[in-house]
Design a protein around this ligand. Structure first.
Ligand code: 9WO
Length: 275
């Protein structure tokens, strides 16, 4: 087993009305392999199982009126409590409870890395128009958002967050991908070199496709030149596509030179965006 030397496995409780959705994560690709190799434990807690009334209702109409339904406090509260106590049964510190919603703090790679370090998490997935505020205010430690858009529930957001976290677990990326992980392992406050730059373009065979050729430097075998070209592309593409990220960066003299050369060559071609 790959985690033979690992001290503690990451434990994640997921509070959801639709645990079956998470097979998209737990049965496919890198995330599926991580779950099979027991790099993390996923446990599901369905508020439906904690609904005590005859109809096992998990939702009710909103006080004050209006359209839609609200997740009832009692079943959600009991499910969160069960998830927390299952995780912290033989741990010294309690699980950190995250609620996924558009009202949350926008997630980024650095925050994902911080969450991974917590080891014990409960992810609360809302449905309908939301969750009774009294549960949120008393049982949620942190509200996180993927961005300014509304989904039908928190599950897809929780899966996206989980995917991003699982990739950071030691051993989650296979040997073929582990070099890639190296470039993301330095996510310190000011390490803008890797995480705050967008990726460079990628090419594979054939050398010529639909009249478009692979940049010659990538065929040169000169690995120092290739790394310089890739860094230049990352700088240029970040400058072109994400001025908000770019403005936070401090460029070295070499990076500034690479970017200046990029700007001279790429004179406003606006390649991809065809609004
Ligand atoms: C639904 C709705 C319908 C009519 C009027 C207002 C409404 N608001 C909502 C709504 O926000 N529903 C949420 C669905 C309740 C919490 C869980 N849901 C959710 C999470 N949708 N989108 C997210 C989400 C999470 C993280 N990042 C981006 C979106």
């Amino acid at each position: 087993m790959k985690n033979g030397c690992q001290i503690q496995v990451m434990k994640i409780g997921i509070v959801t009305l639709f645990p079956g959705m998470f097979t998209a994560l737990s049965e496919y690709g890198i995330t599926g392999r991580a779950v099979r190799n027991k790099l993390l434990q996923l446990n599901y807690w369905n508020p439906r199982d904690y609904a005590s009334d005859r109809h096992r209702s998990v939702d009710d109409r909103p006080y004050g009126g209006g359209p839609g339904m609200v997740m009832r406090a009692e079943p959600v509260s009991l499910a969160i409590t069960a998830a927390k106590s299952a995780i912290s049964a033989n741990e010294n510190h309690a699980a950190w409870v995250v609620y996924l919603s558009p009202q949350g703090k926008p997630l980024d790679q650095q925050h994902v890395a911080k969450l991974v370090q917590r080891q014990n998490l409960v992810l609360m997935c809302g449905r309908y128009e939301g969750v009774d505020e009294r549960v949120l205010s008393s049982q949620i430690d942190e509200e996180c958002s993927l961005g300014d858009f509304v989904l039908s529930g928190g599950e897809l957001a929780a899966m996206a967050l989980l995917d991003a976290m699982i990739r950071l677990l030691p051993g989650a990326l296979g040997d073929a991908d582990s070099a890639l992980q190296d470039s993301f392992s330095n996510y310190g406050e000011d390490d803008l070199k890797n995480t705050n730059l967008l990726d460079h373009p990628h090419y594979t065979r054939p050398e010529s496709f639909a009249g478009m050729n692979v940049p010659p430097v990538l065929l040169s075998g000169d690995h120092a030149q290739i790394e310089l070209w890739r860094l230049q592309q990352r700088l240029g593409i970040t400058w072109q596509k994400r001025p908000d990220l770019f403005d936070k960066m401090q460029l070295t003299a070499q990076q500034q030179q690479l970017l200046d050369a990029f700007k001279r060559v790429n004179t406003q071609t606006g390649k991809i965006d065809k609004e």
